[in-house]
Design a protein around this ligand. Structure first.
Ligand code: GDP
Length: 133
């Protein structure tokens, strides 16, 4: 896989708990470079748009409330095969299913409050990077 860029979000649960630096160490130790970073608060409108693909899910409103509950850190990551590699470093959506030494295994507290987001395809990475940067 060629050099890729992907979007990472450190979600409100992990920012609030003070895990941002530990998460970024795991990202960098995996060989990914943090090219850009900013801390911000999502508006409800932004959260709804960002997660619009999940608008028909029962957890959509709760997810948007969670994502606006505090500051998040959005980052542009770069590296070989960055999209898939970062998804591996994140671990499964549900921390109960996440492998050892993944961000979500270490820091997620539920299927919703799962510490991080990462783009899941080249198309979404482009879209999500444009959304924030
Ligand atoms: P991801 O790509 O691993 O983040 O997972 P998805 O795209 O499937 O879901 C997006 C986000 O919605 C997840 O990271 C969770 O924060 C949340 N989420 C996913 N499934 C559930 C669920 O069953 N219940 C709740 N409350 N939140 C969920």
């Amino acid at each position: 896989m060629p050099n890729q860029k992907t979007l990472s979000i450190i979600k409100p649960d992990a920012v609030k708990a003070g895990h941002a630096n530990a998460i970024n160490l795991m990202i960098e130790n995996a060989g990914l470079k943090i090219l850009k970073k900013k801390e911000l608060n999502l508006t409800t409108e932004q959260a709804k748009e960002f997660y619009s693909i999940h608008s028909d899910k029962p957890f959509y409103n709760e997810l948007c409330n969670f994502m606006t509950s505090g500051p998040i850190i959005v980052q542009m990551l770069e590296g070989e095969n960055a999209i898939e590699l970062y998804r591996k470093v994140m671990g499964a959506t549900n921390p109960d299913d996440a492998e050892e030494n993944t961000i979500r295994k270490k820091f997620a507290t539920s299927i919703q409050e799962n510490a991080v987001h990462g783009s899941d395809s080249e198309e979404n990475a482009l879209k999500e990077l444009n959304f924030f940067f």
